[in-house]
Each structure stands twice: as structure tokens, then as C-alpha cells.
Unconditional design. Structure first.
Length: 126
């Protein structure tokens, strides 16, 4: 994003938008965490936030999130909550118009009876 004011310009890096999106997504009940999917290690080395892809222009952006949902939550409801929370957070903090928030559910998180966390069950499909 670049905004030319009378005293200079403002640029917001895609990584900043990705951090906002990631934090907003994990605030939603039913979200266990973010998932990088296949190649996430390479993406993180290149400076991309785990599980978030951002394409931004000067006035708008598109966000793609890969998430893990807690078992027992309705996936469509959680995904809609993520979309709304991410859109509101990015628009209020950056002034950008969020055109799309696309959600990819990568897995479901199960907890065992002792309330200890088990490993995430991922589909491996993209």
C-alpha cells in the first residue's frame, strides 16, 4: 500500500498484512492454529507468515489462509468467522479494502481425554 499525503508516502509491507491476518484468524473460536501446508518451510524462509498468503495493491488486497480447526466445531461457521474477523482487522488497521479472504482447512485438531494435545491430523491434500 502506498498513500501519497502532503508530507510523504506510507507503505505497508505484505508481511505486516499477513501478521494482522494471522492474529485475527487465531482469535476466532474453533481455530486451533495456522498451517503452512506443503512447502511451508520454504515459504517461511522467504519471509512469508505461516499459513498466510497476501496479494496487495495500493488500495486493496486478497488474503489466503490455511488453518487447522478444533474437532467439534462447524467448519463453515468457523471459516465465516475467520473471514469476517480478518477482513475487519485488516481494513481497520491498514485502510485497505479486502476483496477476498479465502480459507483452506488443512486439518482437524483432536484433544485426548486427559486434555493433552494430540498431533494435528492433516489430510495432505491441497
Amino acid at each position: 500500500m502506498e498513500d501519497k499525503a502532503n508530507i510523504g508516502s506510507i507503505k505497508i509491507a505484505n508481511e505486516v498484512i499477513a501478521i494482522i491476518a494471522s492474529l485475527a484468524a487465531t482469535e476466532v473460536d474453533g481455530v486451533s492454529g495456522m498451517s503452512g501446508g506443503v512447502g511451508s518451510g520454504i515459504a517461511e524462509m522467504l519471509g512469508h507468515k505461516k499459513g498466510v498468503k497476501v496479494e496487495a495493491s495500493e488500495s486493496e488486497c486478497v488474503v489466503e489462509l490455511t488453518v487447522i480447526i478444533d474437532y467439534g466445531y462447524a467448519i463453515p461457521d468457523v471459516a465465516e468467522g475467520i473471514q469476517e474477523n480478518v477482513k475487519d482487522a485488516i481494513e481497520s488497521m491498514t485502510g485497505l479494502d479486502v476483496e477476498e479472504v479465502n480459507i483452506h482447512v488443512q486439518g482437524v485438531h483432536f484433544a485426548n481425554e486427559d486434555n493433552e494435545q494430540e498431533s494435528v491430523e492433516e489430510t495432505g491434500l491441497n
